[in-house]
Write a new protein. Sequence first.
Length: 237
Amino acid sequence: MYLQKNNAKKMKKILLLVLTLCSYHVTFAQFSRPVSVGVGAGTAFNLTDLATVDYRFGAHIDLDYLITPFISAGVHVQKGTLSGYRMESDFENNYFAFNGNAKVRLGQFLAIPDNYSYYNLQANTFHKILSNVYIGAGIGAIKNDIQHTIAPDYRDAIASQGGEIEQKLDGIELLIPINIGLDIPFGRTLYGPKWAINLNYQHNLTTNDNLDGVINRNNDHYGYISLGVKYGLFQRR
């Protein structure tokens, strides 16, 4: 009887150790819940004809669905301000942007074994964090709200290069976002982590040249660097 009780205690300890190791892997290697909502903020900066860069505030909301633990599809909504100046001319664009996007994390391509307990005993923390580095791209639109002041000398300089000062300052343009970033899940539960910290750089290409109200030879684009937090919804079944 004593031997049976002792064996039962040992089995409970082993089971607890296995569950702990598995949950530790999930916390670092994947944001395991299938749907997450995130909020964040950062700085937006222009890459436009009025080229002197101002770093302005921006904020965003994300909704993502995990197709696999390391591939996601989602929607991103962003509100911010772009501004710049040159030759006694300046602009400010209080824009609104949204896009649909997909992201692929390095964990999709790393040789992570099915034996999670063995993996946790062998892998270092850097390797686990590395699996959540991602790249991604998408398609969306940006709604401009531009105010600008154009000096006569700058207007003439743009005209001499074949450009013009745009009169429509509140148009909608196609947007192509390219993302690179990192998710760091935390908040262990029996079903995996509920939370993740997100660091992201989004480079936004436009198909037009009107983020600053000046149309010249090259299309405008802008960058957005952000820090955010995500919360996982529901549980995998």
